[in-house]
Ligand binder design. Structure first.
Ligand SMILES: Cc1cc2nc3c(=O)[nH]c(=O)nc-3n(C[C@H](O)[C@H](O)[C@H](O)COP(=O)(O)OP(=O)(O)OC[C@H]3O[C@@H](n4cnc5c(N)ncnc54)[C@H](O)[C@@H]3O)c2cc1C
Length: 226
């Protein structure tokens, strides 16, 4: 995953979201464009987020990579470039121009959505977010779920400060986590199942025309919209 800043090519769809769907075998390139029109206006936020950026990521089965854990950012960019050789040249150009300080690789992890989640007996320690219900980023739900956990934890601590015993306030908090986390994990695993299914050639042959139609629809939908 990496970022190329201030390099939105002219032939990209108008600012909005873009999704790269064509590629060989199970390789795909999710793209997200942050349009200047939606850039943060608060100077503090703008200082943190910087200018418009192209954020890219490849999702691969681990056997198609040389290694990720101790690999340098430069090597990761090179590997991503090699995986994208048959993609549009502007993609490979922008991937190779990535800011190396913003390139990293990581494995997907997921808690079992049917197993116990936050079911330990609380004393004075509890948890929230990825630490207790990891999920792959394919659902875009991890941070929002962690923030909801934090809000419920604030309520539990407030209850305790108002006189409720700590263990019962935390038990209520922990019970609130499971339904939300299970739903988010299941949703996040959906795209992973599709990605896994698409590693088989017959599935790719079936999916390719459908993805082309989806790509054409997306292009019509987003090109030229403000
Ligand atoms: C590529 C990518 C894209 C994502 N996209 C989305 C998205 O679009 N929407 C969404 O909702 N979620 C998204 N997520 C998931 C989201 O980032 C995480 O779910 C979220 O950050 C989890 O928050 P957290 O507070 O539980 O954990 P973290 O954000 O991981 O925070 C844990 C903190 O604890 C610190 N820490 C760890 N160990 C120690 C220690 N021993 N001592 C002190 N500090 C420690 C870490 O440095 C870290 O700062 C994405 C994740 C990735 C990787």
């Amino acid at each position: 995953m990496g970022t190329a800043r201030n390099r939105r090519p002219a032939d990209l769809p108008a600012p909005g979201s873009g999704l790269g769907v064509r590629g060989r075998r199970h390789r795909r390139l999710p793209l997200d464009l942050q349009p200047p029109s939606r850039a943060a206006t608060d100077p503090t936020v703008a200082a943190l987020t910087g200018g418009p950026a192209l954020i890219w990521g490849t999702i691969n089965r681990s056997e198609s990579l040389r290694g990720t854990r101790h690999t340098s950012a430069g090597d990761l960019v090179q590997q991503a470039g090699a995986l994208l050789t048959r993609w549009s040249p502007w993609l490979t150009e922008h991937v190779s121009a990535s800011d190396l300080e913003r390139v990293a690789a990581f494995r997907f992890r997921a808690a079992n959505p049917s197993g116990p989640i936050a079911d330990w007996t609380p004393r004075s320690v509890t948890g929230l977010g990825d630490a207790i219900h990891a999920m792959p980023p394919t659902g875009g739900r991890g941070a929002s779920t962690a923030i909801c956990d934090a809000a419920d934890l604030v309520d539990a601590i407030t209850e305790h400060l108002d006189g409720a015993p700590l263990h019962s306030a935390l038990a209520r908090y922990q019970r609130s986590i499971s339904p939300r986390a299970r739903a988010a994990i299941r949703e996040s695993l959906g795209p992973v199942r599709v990605i896994n299914a698409l590693r088989h050639r017959p599935a790719q042959a079936l999916a390719r025309p459908l993805l082309s139609v989806a790509g054409a629809w997306g292009q019509r939908r987003y090109r030229g919209t403000p």
